[in-house]
Write a protein of this length. Sequence first.
Length: 175
Amino acid sequence: MVSLPEELRTWEAAARQQVEELQAEAAELALRLEEAREYLSRLEITRETVAQVLAELSAAEAEPEVLAGDVPEVNKVSAPHGIGVMAVPPWREGLVAQVLPDVYRDIVEIVADAPGPLQAKQIVPRIGLEATTAKIEGTRGKLKRLVERGWLDEDVPGRFTLARRGPGAKRPNSR
């Protein structure tokens, strides 16, 4: 038969082990909680930044056109709304590529510097992306948007050039 003091030691050892296991779980949960809080904070900051950028783009579209040499002033405090924002404005006389979002501006500059028409798969590595199907298709969408807004032409399907401007400029397949 087991003595009472030995039985208490056994129970005490089991309780001690359970406490240690729960402390380890609590430490793991505290670490996961901290990581989740950091992730949430990054998302909140990203959302606020995107809202601010969209609001500034919207405000810039409401202002007179930006001509070559003009630098739009960045508003430090703005009311973020972002509804109905057109990130790629339609091209019009005197408008420069600097008004475009970075990736669109890079695409226009790459196409402008090219000796001939470019395909999306040729542009993707030049803007610093991996040449995967998803990145190529995303870039093709951006190219099509630039065509719709008058920044680029697509005379041959899938081949993009800088838009021809002025009287007599034919754009047979630019839509």
